[in-house]
Design a binder for this molecule. Structure first.
Ligand code: TEU
Ligand code: CA
Length: 547
C-alpha cells in the first residue's frame, strides 16, 4: 500500500490468532475465509493494521510457531488464493497486514531439517546447529523454554541439535550465509506479494552466544544479521517490523530501532505485563499498580524523542489483562476501559489482541484435559510434582497461554458463533454480554469505548506524537500528560475499587473531557474518582487557551 514514511506512528494493530478467530467451514478451526468474513468488523472497530499469527503449514506442536513451509498456507487455514484475497480485501479497507516471521527455528518437518539430519555431510547440515556431546552428555546445560534440555541427541548421526523451544523446533544456524540468503528470499517473496511487514518472533535469539548461561541472550552477530535483513528486504519495501524481544531495556531497544541502526521499526516491551508474576507466569503475586505504571513510564521516558514504543497488554502468550490487572466480576467493563485508556494514551503503537476490545476475561478451565498448549501441559506436569492438583489448576487458570487462545465470542449462538462444528478448544464461559454482536449494539460497551479510543489514537496529534510526562503515581492513582505544539492532554486513571479524590492542580475544566469511562466525570477543585475510573482531558498551562 502507498504510505507515508512514518505510517507506523498512526498504526493501530489488531492481532489475529487465526486458529481461534472465525471458522468458515465447520471443521472447528478458524481459517482465512473466516477472517475475510470479519473484516468489516475490524473496519468498524477502526484498526488499520493486522498482525496475523502464523497460518503456514505446520505440524502444530506449538500452534503454528513450528513452520514446515515458509511459503505456503496451512491446509486448515485455506489456500494461497484465499490468502491473496484476504490481503486484497484488507488493503481495500485501508488495513495493512503484518505476517508472523518465525525464523529463529523451523519445524523438524521442514524439508531443510529433514535433509539436515540425514548425514553430517548433507548440504543442509549447516542450516541448523549441530554439536558433538560433551563429557557423555549435551554440549552445554541450556534448557528449552518449554522445559527439558535445549539439546536433542540424534541417533543416526550421533550429534546433538539445538532447540530453544520444543524438540520439534530446531534452531536455524544464522551463521550460515546460505541459510540467511534463503530467509531473505522468503521475506521478499511475501513483501513482493504485497504484505506490509512482519512481527518477528523471538528475533533477539537468532545469533547464539555460547558463552552465555542460557540460550536466549543477544548473540555476537545479532545486529549484523538484522541489518542485513533490513537492507536486503525490509527497507526496499518500506516494511514495518516489530521485534519480539524479551528482556530488553530502553537502551538496548535503541540498538534495534534507533534511526541510525537500520534494523527494526519497533520492539515489544513486556516489563509491565510480568509485574504481577512472582517469578513465573504461573505464580501470581500481589499486583502493584505503582510498579505497573512505573515500568510503562520508564519506557516512555527512555524512548522519548529517540525511539518508538509499542503498547501491549495482551497477546497469544499472555492471560487476559482484565483478569490480571483489573476486576473480572463487578467492574469488568470499567476496568477493561481503564486499562485501555492508561496504556493507549501513552506514546507508541497500540497492539490489541483479538477479544481484548470486548473486555474478555480468562475462561477458568476446570481440568487439565481442557488445555491444549504445550507450555501449559509441560508446566502442569512440573508443578504437579510440587503442589496439590487443585492448586496447580488454579495456577494454570492464572497463567496459561490458552486463556487468550479460546474461540472469539461473536454472538449468542452455539460455540459463540465461532464454528458450526466442534471447536478445537473449549469456548470460554463468558458473561452473556461479552459477544461482538451484543457489544456492537450497546453504546456503553467495552467495544464502543475501544472504537472511540482508537479513533482518537489515529487523529489526536497530542496522543500520537505528544511528549510524555508522569505527573502522579501513588495510592493507585496515575496521572500523566501528553503535550504537543502547545496542546496538552491529561490522562487520569484509578486502579481498584476504592473511590478517591485528588486535587485538580492540572487546570482541568469540566468541559475538557475527551473520553471517560463514566458518563459524568466529576471535575471541580477536586476530581472525584470512582472504581477504575479513567479519563482523557484537555488541559492548559495557567489559564492558557484549551484546545
Ligand atoms: O514466544 C517467545 C517466548 O519467549 C515464549 O516463550 C512465550 O513468551 C512464553 O509463552 C513465555 O512464557 C514466541 C511466540 O510468541 C510463542 O507463541 C512461541 O511459542 C515461541 O515464540 C516459539 O516460536
Ligand atoms: Ca475451518
Amino acid at each position: 500500500m502507498k504510505q507515508e514514511q512514518d505510517w507506523y506512528k498512526k498504526a493501530v494493530v489488531y492481532q489475529i490468532y487465526p486458529k481461534s478467530f472465525c471458522d468458515s467451514n465447520g471443521d472447528g478451526v478458524g481459517d482465512i475465509r473466516g477472517i475475510i468474513s470479519k473484516l468489516d468488523y475490524l473496519s468498524d472497530l477502526g484498526v488499520n493494521t493486522v498482525w496475523l499469527s502464523p497460518c503456514y503449514p505446520s505440524p502444530n506442536h506449538d500452534n503454528g510457531y513450528d513452520i514446515s513451509d515458509y511459503r505456503g498456507i496451512g491446509k486448515e487455514y485455506g489456500t494461497l488464493n484465499d490468502f491473496r484475497e484476504m490481503l486484497d480485501q484488507m488493503h481495500r479497507r485501508g488495513i495493512r497486514l503484518l505476517m508472523d516471521l518465525v525464523v529463529n527455528h523451523t519445524s523438524d518437518e521442514h524439508p531443510w531439517f529433514v535433509e539436515s539430519r540425514k548425514s553430517r555431510d548433507n548440504p543442509y547440515r549447516d542450516f541448523y546447529i549441530w554439536k558433538d556431546g560433551k563429557d557423555g552428555g549435551a554440549p552445554n546445560d541450556w534448557n528449552a523454554t518449554f522445559g527439558g534440555p535445549a539439546w536433542e541427541y540424534d541417533e543416526s548421526t550421533k550429534q546433538y541439535y539445538l532447540h530453544l523451544f520444543t524438540v520439534q523446533q530446531p534452531d536455524l544456524n544464522w551463521d550460515n550465509p546460505e541459510a540467511r540468503r534463503e530467509i531473505v528470499d522468503m521475506i521478499n517473496y511475501w513483501l513482493d506479494m504485497g504484505v506490509d511487514g512482519f512481527r518477528c518472533d523471538v528475533i533477539n535469539s537468532i545469533s547464539k552466544d555460547f558463552t552465555a548461561p542460557y540460550g536466549g541472550g543477544i548473540g555476537p552477530h545479532l545486529h549484523e544479521y538484522l541489518h542485513e535483513l533490513n537492507r536486503k528486504a525490509f527497507a526496499p519495501h518500506g516494511a514495518m517490523t516489530v521485534g519480539e524481544t524479551w528482556g530488553l531495556t530502553p537502551e538496548t531497544a535503541l540498538d534495534f530501532t534507533g534511526a541510525d541502526r537500520q534494523e527494526l521499526t519497533m520492539t515489544f516491551q513486556f516489563d509491565h505485563v510480568c509485574c504481577g508474576w512472582d517469578g513465573s507466569k504461573f505464580k501470581k503475586g500481589k499486583f502493584d499498580a505503582k510498579m505497573f505504571v512505573g515500568l510503562l513510564a520508564h519506557w516512555q521516558a527512555g524512548l522519548n524523542g529517540r525511539g518508538w514504543n509499542t503498547l501491549v497488554n495482551e497477546n497469544h502468550d499472555l492471560p487476559r489483562s482484565v483478569s490480571q490487572f483489573g476486576d473480572e466480576t463487578v467492574y469488568v467493563r470499567e476496568s477493561a476501559k481503564m486499562l485501555a485508556t492508561l496504556l493507549y494514551g501513552m506514546q507508541g503503537t497500540p497492539y490489541i489482541y483479538q477479544g481484548q476490545e470486548l473486555g474478555l476475561i480468562n475462561p477458568h478451565f476446570g481440568d487439565i484435559s481442557e488445555y491444549d498448549d504445550i507450555e501449559t501441559i509441560n508446566a502442569y506436569h512440573e508443578l504437579a510434582k510440587k503442589y496439590e492438583i487443585p492448586k496447580v489448576l488454579k495456577m494454570l487458570n492464572d497463567g496459561s497461554r490458552d486463556n487468550s487462545r479460546v474461540p472469539m465470542p461473536w454472538d449468542g449462538s452455539k460455540n459463540a458463533g465461532f464454528t458450526a462444528g466442534k471447536p478445537w478448544i473449549k469456548s470460554g464461559d463468558y458473561p452473556a454480554f461479552m459477544t461482538a454482536e451484543r457489544e456492537r449494539s450497546d453504546e456503553n460497551s467495552v467495544f464502543q469505548y475501544y472504537k472511540k479510543l482508537i479513533a482518537l489514537k489515529k487523529t489526536d496529534e497530542c496522543l500520537i506524537y505528544g511528549d510524555f510526562r508522569l505527573l502522579k503515581n501513588e495510592h493507585n492513582v496515575c496521572v500523566y500528560e501528553r503535550s504537543y505544539n502547545g496542546k496538552k492532554r491529561i490522562v487520569i486513571c484509578l486502579f481498584g475499587t476504592n473511590a478517591q479524590s485528588i486535587a485538580n492542580i492540572y487546570g482541568i475544566r469540566p468541559g475538557g473531557v475527551v473520553l471517560s469511562n463514566y458518563p459524568d466525570a466529576a471535575i471541580g477543585e477536586r476530581i472525584a474518582l470512582r472504581p477504575y475510573e479513567a479519563m482523557i482531558v484537555k488541559a492548559s498551562d495557567a489559564g492558557g487557551a484549551v484546545e
